[in-house]
Ligand binder design. Structure first.
Ligand code: ADP
Length: 368
């Protein structure tokens, strides 16, 4: 087989991002060229494990995945540390960002058929099923390692879509236009959102398959089947521990958010009218607000100056405010195409990724 010039630099299988590591981890993933693109000009070269060059400009991130990087490598970089962080009691989020067709969905879920029960060991399986496979295995391990305590876990999942600034429950699509609420005890939450307990891979794949089949895709004159919605798969992991020796008990809770963002391409207005035009504006609102917040947070992290952070200006940023500069560890997988034809969107994704790199979060363990 061809020897790869640069392997992806991966953390150890069970690697933990140190608790002092509050930076946003940014991974750039270049998808393989499609059939048409192979004949065209490819403009990105990986120049080291953490950098790439495009048309003479070099960009550096935490890691760069090239056209040959595998789903397992992405899991090792992002998913394995996420599971460890979660078990340690940190809220942990992964966002997939990039233009439509750059590989966000492939990265987060894998191709649709890789989710089927009999394909669970497929190489193509995406980040989300791998995270749960690891999570359940580690929970098992923890329970065996702490056999002297009563250690119990509960994992509850929900799956929602933000489309046209409306929240729909992907596990019960009759629940549309759900409202965001906030209180001191629960933080920000979605009222009436379905939550289901999961304890096996079968439970998780059933939820994923159901939710993904309820996702909307829209088509415009420019992009057929483009993904114009943001989807958020959330799992709350609660652990209770009671020591047999002295009866002392503790409770830890943490939240995993796996977020597949809508295509980041500029919404061209040609051909869009009525609902489509309104939708373009609203989708822009959540994404452009995300971009705004990333700019503000990067500035706050760099200068230390306090500023008002307008989380509430879009559903996406309000819902995910904890992940953005708050009490969570955040990884961003930014997906790009290697093709000349995507040059301007790719450069825009790279700039977004660079700004995201500057943010510092303030993750703390949620334990009582
Ligand atoms: P997005 O969600 O960003 O719109 P997709 O994940 O749907 O993009 O990817 C577009 C196409 O490219 C799909 O057919 C997908 O299977 C393929 N693809 C994306 N990334 C990879 C990859 N790393 N390896 C193989 N195929 C990929």
């Amino acid at each position: 087989p061809l020897k790869r010039k640069f392997a992806i630099e991966s953390v150890p299988e069970n690697g933990v991002l140190g608790s002092s590591d509050s930076g946003v981890k940014v991974i750039l993933r270049v998808r393989p060229p499609s059939k048409d693109e192979e004949e065209g000009e490819l403009i990105i070269q990986k120049t080291a494990t953490d950098s790439l060059s495009i048309l003479g400009q070099t960009f550096t991130f935490d890691s760069v995945g090239d056209t040959e990087s595998t789903q397992l490598e992405i899991f090792q970089l992002v998913g394995a540390p996420l599971v460890e962080n979660c078990l340690a009691g940190f809220n942990s989020s992964v966002f997939a960002y990039g233009q439509t067709g750059s590989g966000k969905t492939y990265t987060m879920w894998g191709p649709a058929n890789a989710l089927l029960e009999e394909n669970l060991s497929s190489d193509q399986q995406g980040l989300t099923p791998r995270v749960f496979e690891r999570l359940f295995a580690r929970i098992n391990e923890e329970q065996i390692n702490h056999a002297d305590t009563q250690l119990t876990y509960q994992c509850r999942c929900s799956f929602l879509e933000i489309y046209n600034e409306q929240i729909t429950d992907l596990l019960d699509p009759s629940q549309r236009n759900l409202q965001l609420r906030e209180d001191v005890k629960s933080g920000v939450y979605v009222e009436n959102l379905t939550e289901e307990c999961v304890s096996t891979m079968k439970d998780v794949t059933q939820l994923l398959t159901k939710g993904l089949s309820n996702r909307r895709t829209g088509s415009t004159s420019i992009n057929a089947e483009s993904s114009r919605s943001h989807s958020v798969f959330t799992c709350v992991v609660e652990s209770r521990c009671k020591r047999a020796a002295d009866g002392l008990s503790s409770f830890k809770t943490s939240r995993i958010n796996l977020v597949d963002l809508a295509g980041s391409e500029r919404q061209k207005l040609t051909g869009a009218a009525g609902e489509r035009l309104k939708e373009a504006g609203n989708i822009n609102r959540s994404l452009s607000q995300l971009g705004n917040l990333i700019n503000i947070l990067a500035e706050v992290s760099q200068t230390g100056k306090q500023r008002h952070i307008p989380y509430r200006d879009s559903r996406l940023t309000f819902l995910l405010q904890e992940s953005l500069g708050g009490n969570a560890k955040l990884a961003m997988v930014c997906a790009v195409s290697p093709a000349q034809s995507c040059k301007s969107e790719t450069l825009s994704t790279l700039r977004f990724a660079q700004r995201a790199k500057a943010i510092k979060n303030k993750a703390i363990v949620n334990e009582v």
